[in-house]
Design a protein around this ligand. Structure first.
Ligand code: ZN
Ligand code: ZN
Length: 327
């Protein structure tokens, strides 16, 4: 049933699962109908398959693309933002996201992007061997078709009240999983559209990326503590099914990251380690390049958090591998 359209008629909201690469398999797009028109949240990655899926969804939901009044993006990742430009050209609707998230699309895929070289340099500095780094350029390039054409973007700001599905939703900036990530809260009904800020079953990836948020884990945990303040009856996430144990899930995620920080601190107590050594110590080496990139950037996110908290210090060695040492 997971890959079926699922209507929450009492909320004017429909969950539309759009296919994407494994292991996630699909991303949740949400279609909200109200007097303001049709809002589509996070249309998915752009592939031939998702184009065909959206044609089918439009038929099934009896939607005319011209009735789409806005396309709203929670964050810049290809599985959420990717199809925005295509859907904009098809429907003529404006695409909204945060200014910071838009900056990230340019950092990742803009004409002046140096992300691919910078990421290679960062991973090399932190000890990733050549057999892995050699796979990075082609891997990073493979996302380009998923995010084209580029959307023309208008901005939503923290605290804005957005009309969707005939109700008012508050935009809340929830960075950490992605800079400028937005969640949307309907206070009257206790509904939270939380993108990838909080997911059931999956621990959202928290990645250190060059030139981006220098303390992503701190941002992520601060966002979780902010979200914990809201009364949430039902949360609509970017992946998997809607869930009601929002506060409980947030506590679990906070606990998970505290425990992982302790595990890494214990690793460093034994010996100085490179970022890559910590990464493979945590996640092993039996990963594809996609999972390895998440694992490596997640290990680095934890290491810079330990550094920020004063438990570790980084010894950058000119032309050699940087090491993290217990402080
Ligand atoms: Zn994401
Ligand atoms: Zn996602």
């Amino acid at each position: 049933m997971n890959s079926q359209i699922e209507a929450w008629e009492e909320y004017g909201l429909t969950r539309v699962p759009v296919s994407m690469a494994p292991p996630l398999r699909y991303v949740n797009s949400y279609v909200l109908r109200g007097e303001e028109g049709i809002t589509i949240i996070d249309p998915g990655p752009h592939t031939a398959a998702t184009e065909a899926e959206w044609r089918e969804f439009m038929r099934e939901l009896k939607l005319d693309p011209k009735d789409v009044s806005s396309i709203i993006i929670t964050h810049h990742h290809p599985d959420h933002y990717g199809l925005a430009g295509y859907l904009q050209q098809w429907s003529g609707a404006p695409v909204y996201m945060s200014h910071r998230a838009h900056e990230e699309t340019l950092r990742m895929w803009g004409a002046a992007s140096t992300m691919n070289e910078d990421l290679l340099k960062l991973y090399r500095e932190h000890g990733m061997p050549a057999d892995w780094t050699a796979q990075l350029p082609a891997h990073m390039e493979s996302f380009m078709p998923q995010v084209n054409p580029t959307a023309e973007v208008s901005y939503i700001h923290e605290g804005d009240q957005i009309r969707m599905g005939g109700q008012s939703w508050r935009a809340i900036e929830t960075a950490g999983h992605a800079p400028g990530h937005l969640s949307f809260y309907d206070e009257r009904r206790g509904l939270m559209l939380c993108g990838d800020a909080v997911l059931p079953q999956i621990s959202p990836n928290v990645s250190l990326m060059p030139g981006s948020d220098p303390q992503p884990l701190e941002s992520f945990m601060n966002s979780l503590r902010r979200l914990e303040q809201y009364e949430v009856a039902l949360a609509f996430p970017g992946h998997r099914r809607p869930f009601s144990h929002f506060a409980e899930r947030i506590s679990m995620l906070l606990k998970h990251h505290e425990e992982r920080l302790e595990v890494i601190a214990a690793m460093l107590a034994k010996q100085p380690l490179s970022g890559f050594a910590v990464c493979t110590g945590l996640f092993g080496t039996g990963l594809g390049i996609h999972q390895m990139r998440f694992a490596m950037s997640e290990a680095l996110a934890h290491l810079v958090e330990l550094e920020r908290r004063g438990y570790a210090v980084q010894i950058p060695a000119e032309g050699e591998t940087a090491l993290f040492v217990q402080k």
